[in-house]
Design a protein around this ligand. Structure first.
Ligand code: FAD
Length: 358
């Protein structure tokens, strides 16, 4: 390794992807995590690589590039990561809103179509009550987030990165307005640049060098259910339910998080989701709830990713986002180019930390 020494904090899918892309470009990377790969919210993600169900937002170009970058990662990692390109069906309570969303994405050149009831039934025969209209994005899919993160870490190591797990970072080191490395519970790591991809843990670490990251921990619930066989073909996202098969007998669902009381806690939400599955999907009477667990998403104040060098301090690159599964490959590629080439990526402009007063 002859390139600059770069420390990446966080082996969730975002940090693993950035470490991989830096390492294959020749940087001397050290990837550090307090636990193990995907131990954070990545391990609790529904993991839908989605575009069509998102409202128009300033970072749309980045999101649209995401699918191509996932295909590239599949090719580069030669079978170590496989995305299930099963397609996605989604609709809103208000059919006019679904139509608006489809029109918006079609105008932006995205492969999505508005389907009527008969076509919806052909795509998802298991739906008990298909809606009047739904958006169908045949090119969307889902990935096993834990397997993908581990594969990215392994590929980073193969490209020369050092991986250090079970090592908590307690603060960033700074000299003369420049970040110079990491302070660990045991020891220090010197680095010419630090990438902060520690999910909700990034806030405290940024604060250690006076950077106020406008990030909150936003909870959501991942529900796992055992099915007698595959009940849906692709991703189904309705106002009542968001589900996909993650294997012939495993169904995943994502739902809001309310609190941790017995009436509204994750298992109570899981039971409600189970009822919605049993009543909304054919052949689902024997579906069983396995578990329901909350995950804490790194949610930037305005919802858009925060990616780029922190203003006012040298050598600190921030990478925090709530659609981290969708964006990890594209952000990894563009962040590595920005850090190593010093060339700002157009697609990352709406994600700049400078839009906040840090
Ligand atoms: C129910 C649910 C459904 C979701 N569905 C989707 C979806 O369909 N599509 C999508 O794109 N996103 C989805 N998400 C969001 C997605 O999970 C996150 O955006 C993504 O995983 C963030 O990845 P990350 O690498 O930034 O953070 P994390 O995965 O949290 O990784 C951060 C890592 O940093 C480490 N760390 C933290 N602090 C320190 C420290 N001080 N020292 C060392 N290491 C530290 C942690 O151990 C962790 O491994 C979902 C989330 C939930 C909860």
């Amino acid at each position: 390794m002859s390139g600059p020494r770069i420390a990446v904090v966080g082996a969730g899918i975002v940090g693993a992807s950035i470490a991989y892309h830096l390492a294959v470009r020749g940087a001397a990377v050290i990837l550090v995590d307090a636990a193990e790969p995907a131990a954070g919210v990545t391990g609790r993600a529904f993991s839908w690589i989605n575009i069509a169900h998102t409202r128009p937002h300033p970072y749309q170009a980045l999101r649209q590039a995401a699918i191509g970058d996932w295909h590239r990662i599949e090719a580069e990692l030669r079978g170590a990561v496989t995305v299930d390109w099963c397609g996605a069906l989604s609709w809103d309570e208000d059919p006019a809103e679904t139509e608006r969303l489809v029109a918006h994405h079609v105008a932006a050149g995205y492969d999505v179509r508005l389907l009527g009831r008969a076509e919806i039934s052909a795509v998802e025969p298991g739906l008990v009550e298909p809606p009047r209209g739904a958006a169908h994005a045949p090119g969307e899919g889902a990935v096993d987030p834990v397997a993908a993160t581990r594969a990215l870490c392994a590929a980073a190591r193969e490209a020369g990165a050092e991986l250090r797990f079970g090592a908590r970072v307690v603060g960033l080191m700074e000299t003369g307005g420049r970040v110079t490395g990491l302070a660990l519970e045991a020891g220090e790591i010197a680095a010419e640049a630090v990438v902060l991809a520690a999910g909700v843990g990034s806030t405290d670490l940024a604060r250690s060098v006076g950077v106020a990251l406008p990030l909150r921990a936003s909870p959501a619930t991942l529900i796992r259910m055992r099915t007698p066989g595959p009940l849906v073909r692709g991703i189904v996202c309705s106002p009542a339910l968001e589900v996909r098969q993650a294997g012939d007998t495993l169904m995943l669902s994502a739902a809001d998080y309310i609190d941790d009381t017995p009436e509204h806690g994750p298992m109570a939400i899981g039971r409600r989701v189970l009822e919605a599955v049993r009543s909304g999907i054919r052949g689902a009477q024997d579906v069983e709830l396995i578990d329901a667990v909350p995950g804490w998403r790194p949610m930037p104040q305005d919802g858009a990713p925060i990616v780029g060098f922190a203003p006012g301090i040298g050598g600190l690159y921030l990478a925090a986002m709530h659609a981290g599964i969708v964006l990890a490959p594209v952000v990894g590629r563009l962040a590595a180019a920005e850090i190593l080439d010093g060339r700002a990526a157009d697609a990352l402009q709406p994600c700049r930390p400078e839009r906040f007063r840090l």
